[in-house]
Ligand binder design. Structure first.
Ligand code: PMP
Length: 425
């Protein structure tokens, strides 16, 4: 008390303390917040210069970004097509703001449906070769809304262990029971489905897995699903624009569009905007329009985001050379990283993990790349096993060969210095 009354800035007494009452109890700070007060991990990392999150970018999301006034080579963005700073998309967004204003001030269900939302839904349905589509405000909300609406009390949902957090949360929100199968392990899925006596069964998978960049084993999953009459929902967040004949995703990549019941995803990666979508047959979309709470009770996609998405979609379809460049850059990076002796797991896509090992070494690797002007993201436990922490690289269509080879030579130097690969012979 004496310290506080003497007025240091560090500790502010609550009114109850000034009255001589203890700080806990009915008038004190709720015990609810003890977990917050005890959470010191982030500060500990900041203290030793190893905190890699919430870095502040002062420029557009492009192959180079400005941080603290310094240029950094961006190898940690989901802007696979390199379209987030495209003048045509920015112009479309500006025009939409001029015509429709800055927001919709309500949900799709009530006052928040614009003609361009409907137009975008028709374009998405057409692109993905499904009867109908519905757009949500984010991809996260799409998964929450779709899974919780479709998986009822008598149903079971089967999710891959490494599915995205929004799928896990969507399954948690649904009234049905959730089962997790081993990553991309179709036998494990088959076993779980065989043991289930649920009325309805739904399998939810990522098209491209977001941490390790491997592709779902869709043909085998379709066979197992058909055997058990289970529905399939593929989250194409990382596959839209990337896989498929015209960038139209995983189902098209495997020529299995009719076999996949529900396709979902996000506009926040290749499509250079923000928003989510689901495409399926008309009855499913009609049901979701009236039962997906994340749609009904949340404001709709802002006009600028809708128009940006539409323009990005138009560009992706009209400029297939972008996808060709993305795959050229991806093959180059995968080949060179492997040649250096680095472990890139099962990646075969623009998401490329570089397995480092223990968490401390992974953060040190991240820091060394950061100091050398390379922006990447570390992925550590619990998102990975404790001894398999990794640096996640993502390649963009617009990276130049010079940028990628510069990154590779820095990655090589750091990997040798930290003993991730052996010293040069
Ligand atoms: N699904 C997957 C597989 C994702 O990686 C993400 C975003 N990281 C989402 C859904 C959520 O998308 P959004 O950013 O639009 O909320």
């Amino acid at each position: 008390m004496s310290q506080t009354l003497e007025g240091t800035d560090e500790f502010h007494p609550s009114p109850s303390e000034l009255n001589g009452e203890p700080s806990e109890g009915i008038f004190g700070r709720s015990p609810l917040f003890q977990k917050c007060d005890r959470f010191t991990k982030a500060d500990e990392l900041r203290h030793v210069g190893l905190y890699p999150y919430f870095r502040t970018i002062e420029s557009p999301q492009d192959t180079e970004v400005i941080i603290n006034g310094h240029k950094m080579l961006m190898l940690g963005s989901n802007s696979y097509m390199g379209l987030t700073n495209d003048p045509r998309i920015k112009d479309a967004a500006i025009k939409a703001v001029e015509k429709y204003g800055s927001g919709c001030a309500g949900s799709r269900f009530l006052n928040g449906t614009l003609d361009i939302h409907i137009e975008l839904e028709e374009q998405i349905a057409d692109y993905l070769d499904k009867e109908a589509a519905l757009v949500f405000t984010t991809g996260f909300q799409t998964n929450l809304g779709v899974i919780s609406a479709l998986v009822g009390r008598e149903d079971n949902v089967f999710i891959d262990r490494t599915d995205h957090a929004s799928i896990v949360d969507g399954a948690r929100l649904g009234f049905g029971k959730t089962f997790k199968f081993m990553h991309n392990d179709v036998d494990d899925l088959d076993r779980l489905l065989s043991n289930s006596s649920a009325k309805g069964k739904m399998i939810v998978v990522d098209g491209i897995y977001s941490m390790e960049g491997d592709i779902v084993r869709l043909p085998e999953i379709v066979k197992v699903a058909q055997k058990h009459r289970a529905a399939i929902f593929v989250d194409d967040a990382h596959s839209l624009g990337v896989l498929g004949r015209i960038g139209n995703g995983t189902a098209d990549h495997f020529n299995l569009t009719d076999e996949v019941d529900v396709i979902g995803g996000t506009f926040s990666k290749s499509l250079a905007s923000i928003g989510g979508y689901v495409a399926a047959d008309r009855a499913i979309i009609e049901y979701l329009k009236h039962h997906a709470r994340a749609l009904i009770f949340s404001a709709s996609m802002a006009p600028a985001c809708v128009a940006a998405t539409q323009k990005a979609l138009e560009i992706i379809i009209a400029e297939p050379e972008r996808r060709e460049m993305l795959w050229k850059n991806t093959s180059y990076m995968l080949k060179e990283l492997k040649r250096l002796g680095l472990d890139t797991g099962d990646s075969e896509t623009p998401i490329i993990p570089v397995v480092i090992g223990e968490m401390e070494k992974c953060f040190a690797f991240w820091r060394a790349l950061h100091d050398a002007g390379i922006f990447v993201n570390p992925v550590v436990a619990p998102a990975t096993p404790a001894n398999r922490c990794l640096i996640r690289l993502s390649v963009m269509a617009t990276h130049t060969e010079e940028q990628l080879s510069r990154a590779l030579s820095i990655i090589e130097q750091v990997a040798r210095r930290l003993g991730v690969i052996g010293a040069e012979a």
